[in-house]
Design a protein around this ligand. Structure first.
Ligand code: DAH
Length: 363
């Protein structure tokens, strides 16, 4: 039979163990071994029944006191351990909100200004009812020259600094197309009027300096219908320029010119101001040439089997790289084709900023 002293010792022993229980599992073990059904304290309490009335009077309150003091000790240790565990979790699961977010490919990749401008062109002309046509970069003499009314003896052939490929077995010589105009021929051969197309793409001439690269980009435009005249051509180009440069009014000048595939032909200048290094479109008294155009030559129509007495049309050709330089203020054409990532980061466009007339052409 335990006496009061041994109960004091038991209390001290268990309380000491509880106060240093390293974790919740160890604490639970202690609780079961003291207060569980077969725990040491429970066994002692069960012994009360066999005691004499006087003994029970003494031991009853003491054992109840023991039970409640150990319960309290365990509860408070439990709270301390749970708190420590929470602290630990909070420390481990901390997010440093000040750290920069790592960008994914959609944010770091860039669209080249030439591609951007091509998208803008497609959006603007689509709004005017044009579709996009294509032709091969490697052309034959017929499409690049003959059918466009540029015979072998024509001086325009020399002016174009053509890249010729080695002669083929059948004696013909292919060229890298010197302009996008052969797409006019291909389109007219493949479709029936009315025709409204633009044809953006790569073009090649053996030429290289600060404003010329051997590969460059043009966009061709072609409209064929029964009643198409210079007024339509002017209106169409004016609408295009206003939309492209995102201004409400633009000054344009049509200068008489000559191209073998158009008659009459014109070169178009737009009004601009040179302010320091900057070029402002739509204001000022300077002029800047941006494109060639004209009414499709009757001989070109005949060359594709059309009757010039029944259909007529207009065409234009614009240098895309030049447009991009003007709109986005890039001074050196050669940098377009250097593939320098730093340049792309600076001048490139985000890939999800798709140009539309409704949403805005340029970001
Ligand atoms: N093909 C001409 C060039 O590369 C540009 C051009 C001028 C295209 C007049 C046209 C046009 O369609 O009508 O210089």
């Amino acid at each position: 039979m335990s006496d009061l002293n041994s109960i004091d010792a038991l209390e001290a022993e268990i309380a000491a163990a509880v106060s240093v229980a390293p974790d919740l599992a160890a604490l639970e073990e202690l609780r079961v071994s003291a207060l569980g059904k077969k725990g040491r304290v429970s066994l002692l309490m069960r012994g009360l029944g066999q005691m004499s009335a006087t003994e029970r009077q003494q031991m009853g309150p003491r054992l109840n006191g023991l039970k409640s003091s150990l319960s309290d000790a365990i509860a408070s240790r439990k709270q301390a351990l749970e708190y420590a565990e929470l602290e630990q979790r909070l420390a481990n699961e901390t997010l440093d909100m000040t750290r920069p977010v790592r960008l994914g490919p959609l944010d770091t990749g860039r669209v080249h200004p030439v591609s951007q401008v091509m998208e803008e062109l497609a959006a603007i002309f689509a709004d005017m009812g044009f579709s996009v046509a294509e032709g091969p970069d490697i052309e034959d003499d017929h499409h690049n020259f003959e059918a466009l009314n540029i015979p072998a003896s024509h001086p325009a052939r020399q002016m174009m600094d053509t890249f010729y490929l080695p002669p083929r077995d059948d004696g013909t010589t292919m060229v890298l197309r010197t302009h996008t105009s052969p797409v006019q021929i291909r389109t007219m051969l493949a479709q029936k009027p009315p025709i409204r197309i633009i044809a953006p793409g790569r073009t090649y001439r053996s030429d290289s300096d600060q404003t010329h690269t051997p590969m460059f980009h043009q966009v061709e435009g072609l409209v064929i219908d029964t009643e198409t005249h210079m007024g339509h051509l002017k209106g169409c180009l004016e609408e295009f320029c206003k939309a492209f440069f995102e201004i409400d009014a633009i000054k344009m000048r049509f200068r008489p010119s000559h191209f073998p595939f158009t008659e009459p032909s014109a070169e178009v200048d737009i009004g601009c101001a040179r302010v320091g290094n900057e070029m402002r479109i739509g204001e000022g008294d300077d002029w800047l040439e941006i494109l060639g155009c004209g009414m499709v030559h009757p001989q070109v129509l005949r060359n594709v089997g059309y009757d010039p007495d029944e259909v007529q049309g207009f065409a234009f050709g614009i240098g895309i790289d030049r447009l991009a330089m003007l709109k986005y203020g890039m001074p050196d054409l050669r940098a377009f084709f250097d593939g320098d990532l730093r340049w792309m980061k600076h001048y490139g466009f985000r890939c999800l900023d798709v140009p539309t007339l409704a949403g805005g052409l340029s970001p």
